[in-house]
Design a binder for this molecule. Sequence first.
Ligand code: HEM
Length: 430
Amino acid sequence: MTVPGPDDLEDIQGLIYSAWLDHPHAGFLFARLGDDPAAARGWLDTVRRLVTPAVRHRRRLHGRLQVALSPTGLAALGVPGDVIAMMAPEATAGMAARRRVLADTPADAWELGGPGDRLDALVMVYTRDAETLAGELAAQRHALVAAGAQVHADELGSPIGQREHFGFADGLSQPFIAGVHPRPRPGEDPIPVGEIVLGYPNAYGRLPMTPIWGDFDLGRNGSYLVFRKLAQDVAGLWRWVADHARRLAAGDPAMADYLTELLAAKLIGRWPSGAPLTLAPDRDDRSLAAPERRNCFGYLEHDRDGLRCPISAHIRRANPRDARGGSADDSQTVVGRHAVLLARLGAALTALRAGFEFIQQTWLANPGFLGLHCEPDPLLGGAAGQGHFTIPADPIRLRLTGVPTVVTNRGGGYFFLPSLSALARIAAGP
Ligand code: HEM
């Protein structure tokens, strides 16, 4: 079977199906498991029964819970080393070891996952209100500690609804995975399920590498998961755009306000409502942020030269759609090979090297992206005041200099999000 069937949806963790935006309170527990594998397996055997699957009918009413394990976590649970060695090499190396590829801050400044900070297990909880979240996190922490684990302080997502901290609508564009999602939303291109879920053919028609334990495929129906802890300098971003806007507005305060919002939208590629600049070049238009319209555009088709959405805008770099080079179809094929699913707070589910690392290295952090010069992603390029941001315009393009560092990475880790049956297999032990 090339797409997941009904039984597979019982097996696949729900985070692959949804980022749970309808559960706006999210909390994350990072744990280093204890030295007793049997105790750690006892913990896993209890928590695995609470994991939310992709199918609807088995979801708990009061919240969602997902469990991810890192290669060190699998070792602490007693999975043999030769099985773990079959995982993606980036995962076994760990995020800190990959920080050069990711253009990250030095790992010893990390608050999560830096040297000596082994992150074995990640419990993710999503609820509709803060009280339920606090109760669930306390219970999960208690269970981990009772099994001998050391647990980090709660990492809490602020209840941001559908806006990220800079104030822009988030969670609008996700790849459509055939067999997992019932039907594509308008403008969403299907990507081969094997780009996100192990055990199915990827964009090259191949089955990705998977860890096999005896006769059990630990990888099937699982996915790699990237957790990034990113600090956003909200005042810094808005101060920088407002300074440029004031200068350009030459003493007209209403124009300065308009240009402040326009310049920030140019950095992102969408207005705060989520309306794409490619369709709404001059002002925000909520109607274009509606689900049936917000992804119905291509750059080649509407905006080849970036006069509406700059080539360097965050969303155009992170997903060049039809404008990566070559024909529109060739470009979409290549883009489909580098898909990631974005969950809030930096969790992405993906083939690590082809997905997250590729986007970060080749599209976001690359100062020479698609012929640009000295111009990394304005949010994530880590240019530290050295980069600039070009806004193509007719007749004269605008170049904003001194792009400040507004997003700083504070650590994170590479994990595996096993299927429910793989969690049961790991909990059963050797
Ligand atoms: C604090 C850091 C970040 C902020 C504030 C941010 C903000 C945004 C916003 C506002 C959107 C548009 C809404 C949407 O399409 O859902 C977006 C889209 C996107 N972002 Fe980010 N993002 C951040 C980090 C990242 C990272 C680390 C990656 C991957 C390495 C990434 C990849 C993407 C992708 C693939 C899209 C969808 C583009 C599309 O399909 O049009 N972002 N981001």
